[in-house]
Design a protein around this ligand. Structure first.
Ligand code: GLN
Length: 309
């Protein structure tokens, strides 16, 4: 097997030299300032060894990658009852699409499209003040990342709140079907803030280790979720983690993964590694272009696809 440090270093160098970088998201004005030439990568193996390259220590907005962790929290709170509020089928539509909601009576297709993630956030919020719910999400991320410095970037959150008309439309529409329990402003406030969590690749790969190792964080020995739950969250990442680019991601990379419009991708090689990559330029489906290319190289060289070597 090739040496992981060498592979990560070579991929990082290769990505730094690429000129096809995609387009930085600008519908959240604060994200538009991010330098498209950034690239970072961190891979943590089963022994907790970190192989990192490029801008792996630079913070970025994790955006929709936070949805993996809010899904984990909501399942911990209400278990399988969550599936009455949100489905688990790929949508085949863009992340912020509203079209399926009418036909499916306000129940979003899956927890990773915006509508689904807003419904999951609403579950976490129920019975709490927005501040408490947000504190719970942030503390969970800090605990998983083993790093108390993980924070919410207020500027990104308020930038999205000012321009999040589409998410407001999705939330009000779901509310009309009774899928959202709390005041829409409260649910959206928590949603925008958890999307605005800032992390670097190393922190993110650390936080996701439990999904690579049957629910157990090998570094701390903590069982975060059962093996069955970890497997199921990974299944949803594989089928829905890249919106209408999920099929292409499975075809090219072959790992469960979750993207965010900040340009991050978190991916899992079950039993082998927890991986985070970051390159801010996005493809047409809103997924990091070079992030995907880098992961494709990594799985090819390491033989890590879940579909075979
Ligand atoms: N794909 C994403 O990362 C989208 C998350 C972003 N906060 C939004 O709601 O639009």
């Amino acid at each position: 097997m090739p040496d992981l440090d060498t592979v990560v270093r070579e991929i990082s160098e290769e990505m730094a030299a690429r000129t096809d970088r995609g387009t930085v998201a600008d519908y959240i004005p604060e994200l538009a300032h991010v330098d498209p030439n950034r690239f970072g990568m961190a891979v943590i193996d089963g022994d907790g060894r970190v192989s990192a390259g490029g801008d792996s220590e630079v913070l970025f907005s994790i955006q929709s990658i936070s949805k993996v962790f809010t899904l984990t929290l909501a399942l911990g709170m209400i278990g399988d009852r969550l599936w009455r509020r949100v489905g688990r089928e790929p949508s085949g539509n863009p992340f912020n699409s509203i079209v399926q909601l009418e036909r499916e009576r306000g129940v979003p297709r899956n927890p990773f499209i915006n509508a689904g993630a807003i419904a999951v956030t609403d579950v976490i919020l129920s019975g709490h003040e927005p501040r408490e719910a947000l504190g719970e999400i942030l503390r969970f991320m800090q605990f998983l990342a083993q790093d108390q410095t993980v924070f919410i970037d207020e500027k990104v959150a308020s930038s999205e709140r000012r321009t999040g008309f589409r998410n407001s439309a999705l939330a009000y529409y779901m509310k009309s079907f009774g899928v959202i329990e709390n005041p829409v402003d409260f649910t959206l406030g928590v949603y925008f803030h958890h999307c605005a969590i800032a992390m670097n690749c190393r922190q993110l790969a650390t936080a996701g280790q439990f999904l690579a190792h049957n629910g157990l964080n090998p570094a701390t020995g903590y069982n975060v979720v059962t093996a069955e739950r970890a497997r199921r969250i990974n299944a949803i990442m594989l089928t829905c983690g890249h919106y209408d680019g999920s099929g292409e991601f499975a075809y090219r990379v072959g790992l469960p993964g979750k993207s965010g419009v900040g340009g991050g991708i978190f991916a899992v090689a079950p039993g082998k590694a927890s991986i985070a990559v970051w390159s801010p330029g996005l493809d047409a489906a809103g997924n990091s272009h070079l992030g995907r290319v880098a992961l494709e190289r990594l799985t090819q060289r390491m033989g890590w696809s879940v579909f075979g070597v």
